[in-house]
Design a protein around this ligand. Structure first.
Ligand code: PMP
Length: 394
């Protein structure tokens, strides 16, 4: 009898992925030279498995802002926002996030994971309801666990199913928060947001959109799917992360409701953790400025997305989403084929992601490629050629 017995199944599944070459899960990246170049297994590779959608991690202005803050404000805040960790720059970033949306309030959290934990666990509690898309990210499920609300799942991307579940709540639906994501990170698919908005309005429920993967990517100003769909005025809360398009680490919740500010008084994941370092806040502020004014970056990203989707679709691969987006999931018939594809790409100098159960929905085995505005035409050619060779070998 050991406390560790319960992990044996996971360890077995992990070792089943083989020991030869770099590990396909938690792959060690030995060096990173730019937004799209790194070293794995002793060789240079194209990074096509990061969430660096705008390619801002090495932008000279972002690096300069972070470096300046490190020199001027030190390496860490050594405390939480509630105690000693609330600097002028944290407040400035919150004001800039709120201004980007034209809303009165934004709260910065130390990670995107904590943004969901901090917002969900506080917004809903005893006697209230959370309605979650069944494909929701772990941070949304964990936020639900930390809240005392009753959690109800609805079928992935299915507004009719949500409608039925809200109907059962009757007038209580006014105390229900519906959560969807702007872009689902495993299959790369998007929700039918207009239909979800209609359903939640009919029941007078509340709506949160997690734009972790869609912030910076969709919409004229890069604010995400709600902006692109013209539905910002129908949304109650947007959560997002600094760790993808904003090229840092941290998270946020922004809202048209001024009362969002009240969360600061009660949100444990906000109160009981250290605030982001001055370096991260400064680089994120610069990245946010570049993101909001980043129409050119979004055009480059879109061009890369369109090319890859066209080429890969023509090869006959089954894709996780009918909508082209920055995450392309190729559905492969089994784990061995998915692993062979991951290794094949790496041998061709391309790092992508192997995604397997239990991390994936519906037990799917996926090769996940994520694109960046910083990928060149030659990078896309290399990815396409490698996939074509692998497809020919199927
Ligand atoms: N929400 C979603 C939908 C995510 O995909 C992620 C991370 N992949 C997060 C929240 C958490 O963000 P972070 O990694 O920045 O903590």
């Amino acid at each position: 009898m050991s406390l560790f017995d319960k992990f044996h199944k996971l360890a077995e599944a992990r070792s089943g992925l083989g020991q030869d070459g770099p590990a396909p899960i938690a792959t060690p990246i030995e060096r990173v030279d730019s937004a799209t170049r790194g070293w794995i297994g002793g060789r240079e590779v194209i990074l096509a498995g990061t969430n660096n959608y705008l390619g801002l991690t090495f932008h000279p202005d972002v690096i300069a802002a972070g470096t300046r803050a490190l020199t001027e404000l030190g390496s860490g805040t050594t405390g939480s926002r509630m105690a000693n960790g609330s600097y002028g720059a944290h407040q400035a970033l919150e004001a800039e996030l709120a201004a980007a949306f034209g809303w009165p309030s934004a709260i910065v959290f130390s990670t995107g994971y904590q943004a969901n934990l901090g917002a969900l666990s506080t917004l809903v509690g005893q006697g209230e309801y959370l309605l979650l898309d069944s494909d929701s990210h772990a941070s949304i499920y964990d936020g639900a666990r930390l809240s005392n609300a009753q959690t109800i799942r609805f079928r992935h991307n299915d507004p009719e199913n949500l409608d039925r579940r809200l109907s059962r709540l009757g007038d209580d639906a006014g105390r229900a928060l519906v959560v969807v994501e702007g872009l689902y990170s495993m299959l790369g698919d998007q929700p039918p947001l207009a239909e979800f908005v209609e359903v939640k309005n009919n029941h007078k429920a509340w709506l949160m959109v997690d734009e972790a993967h869609s912030f910076g990517v969709f919409g004229e100003r890069g604010l995400g799917l709600a902006e692109q769909a013209g539905l910002l005025d129908q949304v109650d809360f947007i959560v997002g992360t600094f760790s993808k398009s904003l090229a840092g680490i941290g998270g946020f919740c922004v809202s048209p409701h001024t009362d969002l500010e009240l969360l600061r008084l009660a949100s444990r994941p906000y109160i009981f953790t250290a605030s982001p370092s001055p370096t991260v806040i400064a680089s994120t502020r610069k990245a946010l400025e570049l993101l909001v004014n980043g129409q050119e970056l979004r055009l480059s990203l879109q061009r890369n997305i369109n090319r890859l989707y066209e080429e890969v679709k023509a090869m006959g691969y089954e894709l996780g989403s009918p909508d082209p987006g920055p995450v392309m999931a190729i559905i492969l018939p089994d784990r061995a084929t998915a692993l062979a594809h991951w290794k094949g790409l790496l041998n061709a100098g391309i790092y992508a992601n192997l995604m397997i159960p239990p991390a994936t929905p519906a037990g799917l085995n996926l090769l996940r490629i994520s694109l960046s505005a910083a990928h060149t035409d030659a990078d896309i050619d290399q990815i396409v050629n490698a996939l074509r060779k692998l497809r020919d070998g199927l």
